[in-house]
Ligand binder design. Structure first.
Ligand code: BGC
Length: 395
């Protein structure tokens, strides 16, 4: 068994500590949005990766999943013998540009970037390209042709799973309705957000057209229902306005499509504080954030689309290694990988500019409800369950 010692240098205001042992990481770095952490690791007798350095740029620590992504990526790259620089940019695009520029100045060998704004990293992506640094767009596509590869989940099917959940829960195939629904989508700056929304609407639209589903507020276009920065408070305030304007007379809302857990959290709060009705509203989500899993256990959120970000990190590491080894990259990465999860290689669905498709590795999302939560999340080791039945993400 290989052991890795980690030496952590602090840059900026915060230090983080990481140590790996027995092929796994024994402590998780927790840099804050206030600073960057540079962790250096090396294997006993030298590592296979020869001390190459990976820059990992995450959008923010204010949303739970990016903390998990940042720490999984950091752990996995370090365990494979790479040095890492991990930054979280506080949902501030200028800050992310700056963070990535610092990584380029630190001579990273490869960049892994989850963009805050897919359109706003052009200059720094060009700088990375000029420096010959390969770029993996992580989870969110960046609209720049210097991006070498994209690793994500099938974003469109996240939306179709949410839409189909609502169709099934209301039994729309058999019930005449009409049922009332409202819609809350994600951040327009995030390239993923329209994929989620369009996936859901492609399932729901036919029932809206048939009159079985009614969007009482009339708010159906993406820009109107979008939520800047995926912010819970913003989602809550919009939901409160809708409830006050369209449901205060006792009109029942049956379902509320929410593209992810942070928006679902806001909508759930609005339902709890400002909804006159007593029915339980079907509310969708995405990510499996702890607060939302608690709401699912408590019956105030119906489902979440879970994306095993630990596996997204595994794909990213294996892809990065293949890029750095100069291997030919195609679907053989998947067939040769030995991964015990599904992933597809897609060269058609995601373009960084017109006519320039970005080869993508897409993992498969999964629906989690109160009924299958233990099987999907606890038995698989992603979460532990406490005595009250609530789940905590496994360290
Ligand atoms: C991710 C989602 C996440 C959202 C907000 C999206 O790009 O794919 O998993 O809920 O950002 O952080």
């Amino acid at each position: 068994m290989k052991k890795f010692l980690a030496l952590t240098l602090a840059l900026g205001m915060t230090a983080s500590l990481a140590a790996c042992g027995g092929g796994g990481t024994t402590s998780t770095p927790a840099p804050t949005d206030a600073g960057a952490a540079v962790s250096e690791s090396g294997g006993e007798g030298g590592s296979a990766s020869g001390g190459q350095k990976i820059g990992i740029s995450m959008p923010t620590q204010s949303l739970e999943r990016w903390n998990r992504d940042g720490s999984y990526l950091d752990q996995q790259f370090q365990a494979a013998g790479y040095e890492t620089i991990v930054t979280y940019s506080d949902n501030d695009t200028n800050r992310q540009v700056n963070d990535i520029q610092n990584m380029i100045a630190e001579d990273v060998d490869l960049l892994v970037v989850a963009a805050i704004d897919g359109e706003a990293l052009n200059t720094v992506m060009n700088e990375a390209g000029e420096a010959g640094i390969p770029i993996i767009a992580y989870d969110r596509l960046i609209m720049n042709d210097n991006v070498s590869y994209y690793v994500s989940f099938d974003n469109y099917s996240v939306g179709t799973l949410q839409g189909q959940y609502i169709v099934d829960a209301l039994d729309l195939e058999n019930q005449a309705g009409p049922f009332n629904i409202e819609l809350t989508a994600g951040d327009p700056a995030d390239n993923n957000a329209p994929y989620f929304f369009n996936g859901a609407m492609d399932v729901l639209q036919k029932y809206i057209d048939d009159g079985k589903l009614v969007v009482v507020s009339g708010q159906t276009d993406f820009d109107t229902v979008a939520t800047a920065a995926w912010d819970s408070q913003t989602a809550m305030e919009r939901a409160q306005n809708i409830l006050a304007s369209y449901y205060a007379d006792g009109t029942q809302v049956d379902a509320w499509l929410c593209s992810n857990d942070s928006t679902a959290l806001g909508v759930t709060q609005a339902i709890q504080s400002d909804y006159a009705g007593s029915n339980s509203v079907i509310i969708t989500g995405q990510d499996g954030d702890e607060a939302n899993l608690k709401n699912i256990v408590d019956g105030v959120q119906s489902m979440t689309v879970y994306k095993a970000v630990a596996n997204e990190a595994v794909v990213t590491l294996d892809l990065a290694q293949a890029i750095l080894n100069g291997d030919t990259i195609d679907d053989s990465l998947i067939s040769n990988s030995g991964w015990d999860f599904e992933c597809s290689y897609d060269t058609e669905s995601y373009a960084t500019s017109e006519g320039h498709n970005c080869p993508s590795f897409l993992l498969v999302p999964d629906v989690v409800t109160a009924d299958n939560m233990v099987e999907k999340l606890v038995d698989t080791g992603y979460y532990t369950q406490d005595a009250d039945g609530y789940l905590q993400a496994a360290g």
